[in-house]
Design a protein around this ligand. Sequence first.
Ligand code: FES
Ligand code: MG
Length: 593
Amino acid sequence: MTDKPVKPEDLRSRKWFNNPDDPEMTALYLERYLNYGLTMEELAERKPIIGIAQTGSDLSPCNRHHMELAKRVRDGITAAGGTCIEFPVHPIQETGKRPTAMLDRNLAYLSCVESLYGYPIDGVVLMIGCDKTTPALLMAAATVNIPAIALSVGPMLNGWHKGERTGSGTIVWKARELLAAGEIDDRGFMELVATSTPSVGYCNTMGTATTMNSLAEALGMQLPGSAAIPAPYRERGQMAYRTGGRIVDMVWENLRPSDVMTREAFENAVAVCSALGGSTNAPIHLNAVARHLGVELNNDDWTRIGHDVPLLTNLQPAGEYLGEDYHRAGGVPAVVGELMAADMLPNPGALTVNGKSIGENCGDRRSISPDVIRSVDTAMLPSAGFLNMTGNLFDSAILKTSVISKEFRDRYLSNPDDPEAFEGNVVVFDGPEDFHHRIDDPATGVTENSVLVMRGAGPKGYPGAAEVVNMRPSAELLKRGVHSLPCIGDGRQSGTSGSPSILNASPEAADGGNLALLRDGDRIRIDLTKARVDVLLDDAELAERQQALEADGGYRSPPSQTPWQAIFREKVEPLAEGMVLRGAPEFRDVAGK
Ligand code: FES
Ligand code: MG
């Protein structure tokens, strides 16, 4: 509850629909919203106008169920005394958009800001789900800063194949290995992958979608328990109804995103992300949301706050279970409650959208299925957070330590004199197409001692930053049982991937980063204790290569294919700083202006 309640005459929508100083414009604003059957009582009297930022459409299957859920949101808004205005958000479908859905996060952000700012909306329900829809809408809510509440569409039901859980996204990495090793054919690949998507909803793994929806709840922007309810469950519709009712009260209370998404709330979200084994896309997105609120948050914070938080959630790709299991085990409140039981939630007093603190909401909640959500004492891993790596190739890159497998540890981190470091020879690929053309060619020279480097895959190089850094070994190595090689890159990695890659390297090769200077055969050292990656070349050699690159016209990226790609490349900032548009974070509280 805030100390600045709103009276009907203060409603923002009154400037459009009930402005005694300008009856002419009021009439013009009103008449077009009356023309489909809304009444004067709904638009111009005591009712707040509540936007429903609709991200579902036929183009966006992960969020399509929101078209159904919006009906329950409307019922909740109407019952609480509000009027609904549902409007479309620029579609984002993670698996369908070329070259990458990430390119559209900032575009959806921009368009949603314009909708919220430019129309008579007093509060908004953010219909979140598929990976980038969540950060896009949280960023827009941050910039506009009108009362806002998020509603997840919910994960799909569990996928099954021959009695085993098949997780969306994660199964693709496995199927890809089986195909490369000749164990399944193309049709078998398709059938295996399709088992992982059995219903409406978003990815049922702890990929970027489940991560970001859970973090939207941990940030305080969803009602407690909202994130994990599977899309087809009846509780999902009930949560939609309650979310619609709550936003109306939030307008009267003037409870705004800047009251909820404080530095304290972000610290909680970072800790919860580790406990979840959350996606490596989370630092990019939360750093971006924070910047639009003027809250300090950087990749060092992720290591400092998150690195030593244990992995509590046994979900694929780091574990074995899926979305339905997560919900039945208690979802986000159980994870938060288990952290609180060990005094590991940084700020239990942080406010949430229901008007209570996260500690009040979750403090007495515990896991209902102790194998799915663990206690701190029975954690899957003692330290599950990200390491923010640095060195002579980049200033910042993220390593998700929770997915370093035993096979990987035994192969690379078993030297007793140097247990957390190893060296290898680099094989460099310029973008995903180059990788696909050459990885299985014996002339490329990939061996079990190789470190695979992907460059030209950052926000400017491959506009939006491709999810391609998790590169599989060559087919020949896979057949010999080598399932992963160390990977480094300036692009991203799918949240559903379990590879121990060093990702999001900033600055990227196409923006002056030293990855552009690497050549095949260079020796690289990766040291997890020091959180460093260094190419074993002296500064003079690096400077010489830099000069040669500049003389050759600099690092080359493919041309932009659309106007937005060109604008995006010109304006975008590095992944480490959230990949936001230069200048956008300077706009704050725009609804009040
Ligand atoms: Fe949309 Fe995973 S592809 S949620
Ligand atoms: Mg993805």
